[in-house]
Design a protein around this ligand. Structure first.
Ligand SMILES: [Fe+2]
Length: 380
């Protein structure tokens, strides 16, 4: 059963109740996801994971924070590790196309009644004039244009490791009402690339972009607001295998949560890791070009067992249920709202723990040798 494609994500029957109003103010011109500001409880342990194991480059560090970038990056950082009492995401940061776009950010979010703070000197080392907001979904965002340039290490192959991380690719956010989130993100200028739905009209997740890749962020249905993961790109699939081999050699295989594998959604090759605080990091490569104005939207059926893993491997329960808190602009954890729509995990687990749930399949569609092989929560 191939996924279906259509020309636009916004269809009349997809308008949710309790929708976030569309501001009269135009949205800012967002270029791309730029960095994640992440609070960690043990800065040394996190530095070891992100620098010594994953090979991110230290732009600056002090007793309270480490500023890291990927090998092709020319802005100051893609990830800030900040020492703090609660492991959480402090800001999802986006770069805008020009300095004056920040005025649009302020107008857009003020009209929505959101808390908005602007600092001409910036909130974060290496970043200039910037705006932080708590958005209508409860997520902390930062927008900026001015940023310190640093050496782009693309040609410094003497510094590249076999698992070299070359770009920040995307965020993934957990939110209870995906259609509500998608509509607001479209108002903010994002476009849907792919989503997962069912025949009853429930949307389980959606992938949205500004840059011409599959996404800058995804909205995953679940209790939220929470950070599901941050993703870094490698050049090739073999770089991801090299990371797995390195983790094995370091006796850190427990860092691997899911994969490696091939996604159905996005077509990318993937690996999910958990950092010392449990923050989830995806290593990701080889999705596709989406820059044409009429790029088709791809919709997957939630009962397609190849949507999350193209080879049909099961998704571990922790991947569906666990995520990191996010902070408000004062640094306090945001309250989490429970999802009331059906959960993807609940509708995609068969009676034997893991099986096909496609309605056209009968009991014997799953090969006998595979039935009962994977009992979620009871894997050998
Ligand atoms: Fe991802």
């Amino acid at each position: 059963m191939p996924p279906t494609t259509r020309r636009s994500a916004r269809e009349p029957d997809a308008v949710p109740e309790n929708l976030i109003p569309t501001p009269a103010a135009p949205p800012p011109d967002i270029v791309r996801c730029a960095y994640l500001d992440l609070v960690v409880t043990d800065l040394a342990a996190s530095r070891d994971f992100y620098v010594d194991v994953l090979g991110l480059v230290v732009t600056h560090e002090d007793d309270d924070a480490v500023y890291l970038r990927s090998l092709e990056e020319f802005i100051h950082h893609n990830l800030v590790l900040r020492r703090g009492p609660v492991a959480a995401a402090a800001a999802f940061a986006y770069r805008v196309r020009a300095p004056e776009e920040l005025d649009r950010v302020v107008a857009f979010y003020r009209e929505l009644g959101c808390r908005v703070e602007r600092r001409a000197e910036g909130f974060t080392r290496g970043v200039g004039d910037s705006v932080r907001v708590t958005d209508p979904l409860g997520f902390p965002y930062e927008f900026f244009y001015e940023v310190e340039h640093v050496e782009r290490l693309a040609w410094r192959y003497d510094l590249h490791t076999p698992g070299a991380l070359v770009r920040l690719d995307h965020f993934n956010q957990v939110t209870p009402d995906v259609p509500r989130a998608v509509r607001y993100m479209e108002d903010l200028g994002f476009r849907v690339t792919e989503d997962i739905q069912d025949a009853e009209g429930t949307t389980y997740a959606a992938w949205m972009r500004r840059k011409p890749t599959v996404h800058d962020t995804a909205m995953t249905g679940g209790d939220g607001p929470r950070l599901h993961h941050v993703a870094f790109a490698t050049h090739e699939k073999h770089n991801i295998i090299a990371i797995c081999d390195k983790l094995g050699a370091l006796r850190q295989s427990d860092r691997i949560e899911r994969g490696p594998g091939r996604h159905g959604v996005s077509n990318a090759f993937y690996l999910y890791l958990r950092d010392p605080d449990g923050h989830r990091v995806e290593i990701y490569t080889q999705d596709y070009w989406t820059g044409d104005p009429d790029n088709p939207v791809v919709t997957w059926d939630v009962h397609d067992n190849q949507r999350r893993d193209w080879w049909g491997n099961p998704v571990v329960p922790s991947w569906y249920t666990e995520a990191s808190p996010v902070l408000d602009l004062d640094g306090n954890p945001q309250p989490v709202v429970a999802r009331t729509d059906t959960s993807e995990m609940a509708v995609t687990i068969g009676a034997d723990g893991f099986s096909y749930t496609r309605p056209e399949d009968d009991e014997d569609a799953l090969p006998s040798w595979k039935q009962g092989e994977y009992k979620l929560g009871h894997q050998l």
